[in-house]
Design a protein around this ligand. Structure first.
Ligand code: PLP
Length: 471
């Protein structure tokens, strides 16, 4: 008999009965068990994989139940128009970029934005002004840019047509930029907010404010935090001038959308409307109680707003667990996995856990016990906690110009003044030191060498060589 390696491994993983504190937000289907509608959905998953037959409507031309479901979605988030996406927030970011901007427009973009945004910059041939990230050296993470970094980018721009921001970031941290964004919108600047990690924001007063109405386009990965299947996302549109968003959504979406994903998106919205406020209020109460207990073990620290700089807020439906310097977040992720707890991600000094209202007391108890039993010395690392200082890179070519140029591999020692073909991203903190199209400076070379001397990872450098544009 031949093997089915992926399916077999997936079933094995499922049989391990891991506590899922990562995506997706449906938590192995547990989040659908909230009521009889969700239970029926989960029980019938196999049978509900259907296509566009009457009376199930058509995502590409919604006139019936999909139209109604999308109208309800717009009402929930209180926006002009709302769309189901079956290709994740990635497709929402692409459609938004194409709808908001024309070829050659100048836009402000965070240096550490998601890959799908970089892809959009290339495909739409945009001119880019990067917004610097803020680094919190104490806990070894990057924070979203504040007004200061946005203003600095604005000063470098000649005729900015838009801004693309990520809020919250991967760690669940956001910065209050409402005033700044409103000021930019009044000047006619289009605003795209990649809020992939914030689909649940605003549903309870215990959570950060929703950004749904703030952007001209707001993209939410329902599948990351809500009871939705993987790939399910929402695009919210407030742009009064948009003409072609329907076209671009179709262009970036399969013509065979999964009814399972769409139905789960419908359920996630229904869940927010009917149970969101109550359930998230309860979750935060549980999460705060157990946070205190876990922190009192004095082994790890789960961060809250007081640990961050002013005006930064953390999503309290996440645990951002930080270790003392000299201890490895990657080892902590592996330890939790050995204890059948699946973390969302690790970074040099900690891990991120994504909680859900479906996480009951017992789940928190399991996490508490595994931290209580942790021999912290096992997480020791001699990895240095280097974080590179702020540098001022010089952009020579736009991402789309770089894309079609030939490259050569050269030793970093010989790369001075050459133009990078690919981003060079040291970890920590995972922000591009050099973006594709920027000049490699002496300062950057020294930083890369320091990372290697400390045996740290630098993405974009392979065996001391980097890809630069051919002369
Ligand atoms: C900030 C951010 N934006 C966009 C995306 C893309 O989302 P999706 O996986 O739903 O396409 C991700 C995925 O990890 C993300 O973290």
């Amino acid at each position: 008999m031949n093997k089915a390696p992926l399916l077999e491994e997936l079933l094995k993983y499922h049989e391990e009965e891991n506590l899922i504190l990562s995506m997706p937000g449906n938590k192995s289907g547990k989040a659908f068990l909230r009521d009889s509608l969700g239970r029926k959905f989960k029980e019938s998953l196999g049978a509900l994989d259907i296509t566009e037959v009457d009376p199930l409507d058509n995502l590409h031309c919604p006139e019936g139940v999909i139209k109604e479901a999308e109208e309800l979605l717009a009402k929930t988030y209180n926006v002009k128009k709302a769309y189901f996406l079956v290709n994740g927030s990635s497709s929402g970011n692409l459609a938004s970029i194409f709808s908001a901007f024309n070829e050659g427009d100048e836009v402000l973009v965070e240096r550490n934005c998601h890959k799908s945004i970089y892809n959009g910059l290339i495909l739409r041939k945009l001119k880019v002004i990067y917004i610097d990230a803020v680094i919190d050296e104490e806990i070894g993470i990057f924070l979203p840019p504040s007004e200061k970094e946005i203003n600095e980018a604005l000063n470098k721009a000649s005729n900015p047509k838009g801004i693309i921001i990520t809020s919250p970031n991967y760690f669940g941290v956001s910065y209050d930029i409402e005033n700044k964004i409103n000021e930019l919108k009044e000047k006619g600047i289009k605003v795209i907010i990649d809020s992939a990690h914030g689909a649940h924001f605003g549903i309870s007063k215990e959570l950060p404010k929703s950004l749904a109405k703030l952007g001209d386009y707001v993209v939410l990965s329902a599948h990351k935090t809500l009871p939705s299947l993987t790939q399910g996302a929402y695009l919210l549109v407030n742009d009064n001038e948009e003409k072609n968003i329907d076209f671009y959504i179709k262009a970036f979406m399969t013509t065979s959308p999964s009814y399972l994903i769409m139905a789960s998106l419908d359920y996630a919205r229904y869940y927010l409307d009917n149970y969101g406020e109550y359930d998230y209020g309860n979750l935060i109460e549980r999460a705060e109680k157990w946070k205190e207990k876990i922190n009192s073990l004095n082994k790890v620290k789960i961060i809250d707003d007081r640990d961050l700089a002013d005006n930064y807020t953390i999503d309290r439906s996440r645990y951002l667990i930080i270790l003392n310097k000299g201890y490895s977040g990657h080892k902590l992720l592996n330890y939790l996995r050995d204890n059948k707890i699946q973390a969302e991600m690790s970074f040099s000094q900690g891990v991120v856990l994504i909680l859900s209202p479906s996480n009951i007391e017992e789940d928190f108890g399991k996490l508490y016990l595994s931290i209580a039993n942790l021999d912290i010395s096992l997480l020791k690392t001699d990895e240095k906690n280097t974080i590179f200082p702020h540098i001022s890179p010089v952009k020579v070519l736009e991402p789309y110009e770089i894309f079609s140029l030939n490259s050569v591999d050269i030793n970093i020692e010989d790369s001075l003044e050459r133009i990078a073909k690919e981003a060079i991203i040291p970890y920590p903190p995972g922000i591009p030191l050099i973006c594709a199209g920027e000049k490699i400076t002496k300062e950057a070379i020294d930083i890369i060498k320091e990372y290697f001397d400390n045996r740290l990872k630098v993405i974009g450098v392979h065996y001391n060589t980097i890809k630069v544009i051919e002369k």
